[in-house]
Design a protein around this ligand. Structure first.
Ligand code: EPZ
Length: 432
């Protein structure tokens, strides 16, 4: 198992470049197999979740040519199987986007049922509701979802909950269904818009992505395209919070400032300085920041994927803050880990009361999930002394070259193998 070892106390200063959005890339890679021509995808984040989904796409027979870490060519004409193995769903839930893609293209698909995960039960009833509304017969048997249809026909679908995954999955299937689909109460995240723009670049006919009503006119086939994925708003937000938490001054490049508005607004509210440029934001803080209240909401509200990172920052701020997690039922697992570093946070149901403390002390902590892991790394960058973050495979699911990017702005962080005691000692001796 690999770990990060971090020596805290360095203000992060300098420039960092943000990569492609993981949660857009996952939907786009699934959509890519719907064409029987070669599709080129650029600005692909080189992270574990993406690499696993590419393995799943290759496993069903599509042609995958990884031109470089961040560029891939996919051709779906060689697909020979419509069955996605549990092995891939176990590793990443978003493999279920292949259900919508294969159902849309071949009117048939089988995908293992995704389990819950660290942050909640995460049902997929809305995905199934959408597929059935399009005319598919969906059965669940022995942990596998099968979706079959003689024909898919457009329909008027109203999501009971605002769901990113269901919005993308239904959009995939409907893009090649007969006739018109209206999807109401759709999620509006930037990655929904990116997937819709990608599909349209292949010849789909999708309007209204980014609003809560998406109109899709099915087409017979999807063509070749070359497409560059939007920057990752959550990776950007994570570095914004890290800059503020360490009282640093960081220029975060290759971002879309509009996608970061909820995060920028909260950082400014607690006393950080956020300067917006065309494709960059600069975050500065030179004093202890203040408190605020956060409620996670679907976009354009404060993103749930930034909740742990913001809570870590508020845990060092002056005063008490309230953090309400309204999207997932179990997204405070990092609180016990932060407490080991001196944080004072009380969790009651989906509300955390964060009482700011003056400082954190370095400790051994373990990443319970992707974004909580990132929050612990931010906390380690601020803490006095050495912090060891274990289970960093979670973090590597969604952050490309995380330690290199942090080192590039002054963090003292190394990635070591937990069994490599010598490397641990070397780091300790280097930094004491
Ligand atoms: C996506 O998950 C993201 N994952 C998550 O990011 C993100 O936290 C989430 O959207 C919210 O923004 C990917 O894009 C791969 P939802 P998803 O469907 O699609 C309930 C990360 O850190 N729901 O919008 O699974 C669900 O239980 C990950 O990158 C149903 O009830 O989220 C939740 O309470 C973590 N029935 C709420 O909706 C359904 O059929 C929102 O979930 C679907 C969802």
């Amino acid at each position: 198992m690999e770990q990060y070892i971090i020596k805290g106390g360095h203000a992060l200063k300098g420039e960092v470049v943000i990569g492609g959005a993981k949660n857009a890339a996952l939907g786009i890679l699934a959509a890519a197999i719907m064409s029987n021509e070669t599709v080129t995808i650029e600005n692909l984040p080189n992270v574990r979740d993406i690499n696993v989904l590419l393995q799943a796409i290759e496993a069903i027979g599509a042609t995958v040519d990884r031109v470089s870490d961040n560029v891939v060519k996919i051709n779906g004409s060689t697909i020979g199987s419509l069955n996605i193995d549990y092995e891939f769903i176990r590793k990443i839930r978003a493999s279920y986007y292949l259900l919508g893609a294969l159902l849309g293209k071949y009117k048939s698909a089988q995908v293992a049922l995704p389990g819950g995960c660290a942050i909640g039960s995460r049902p997929i009833d809305q995905h199934i509701k959408g597929f059935e509304a399009l005319g598919a017969v969906v059965t669940i048997d022995h942990g596998t979802i099968s979706a079959q249809a003689d024909e898919l026909a457009g329909n008027h679908i109203y999501l009971d909950v605002v769901s990113v995954g269901a919005t993308i999955n239904i959009m995939l299937a409907a893009s090649m269904a007969e006739g018109k689909t209206i999807l109401e109460n759709a999620a509006k995240e930037p990655h929904i818009v990116d997937v819709a723009n990608f599909l349209n670049s292949m010849g789909a006919n999708i309007k209204g992505a980014g609003t809560d009503v998406i109109r899709i006119k099915g087409v017979k086939e999807l063509k070749s395209t070359t497409y560059s994925i939007i920057p990752d708003q959550i990776e950007a937000g994570t570095f914004m919070v890290a800059a503020a938490a360490t009282k640093g001054d960081v220029l975060i490049k290759n971002v879309i400032p509009k996608h970061l508005e909820a995060i920028s607004a909260k950082l400014v509210e607690i006393g950080a300085e956020v300067i917006e440029y065309d494709d960059a934001v600069r975050v500065k803080a030179d004093k202890r920041l203040g408190h605020t209240n956060i409620k996670t909401l679907p976009y354009p509200g404060f993103p749930t994927d930034m909740q742990p990172q913001m809570a870590a920052l508020l845990a060092l701020s002056n005063g008490s803050s309230m953090v309400i997690e309204s999207i997932f039922e179990n997204r405070f697992k990092y609180v016990d880990e932060l407490a080991r570093m001196g944080a004072s946070i009380k969790v009651e149901g989906n509300i955390a009361i964060v009482n700011g403390v003056e400082k954190f002390s370095g400790a051994m902590v373990s990443a319970p999930d992707l974004r909580a892991g990132a929050a612990l790394v931010v906390a380690g960058c601020v803490a006095d002394g050495i912090t060891v973050v274990d289970s960093i495979h979670y973090i590597q699911r969604g952050y490309e070259a995380f330690e290199e990017k942090l080192r590039g702005i002054g963090a003292d962080i190394e990635r070591v193998d937990a069994e490599d005691y010598k490397a641990m000692q070397k780091f300790r001796l280097k930094v004491v």
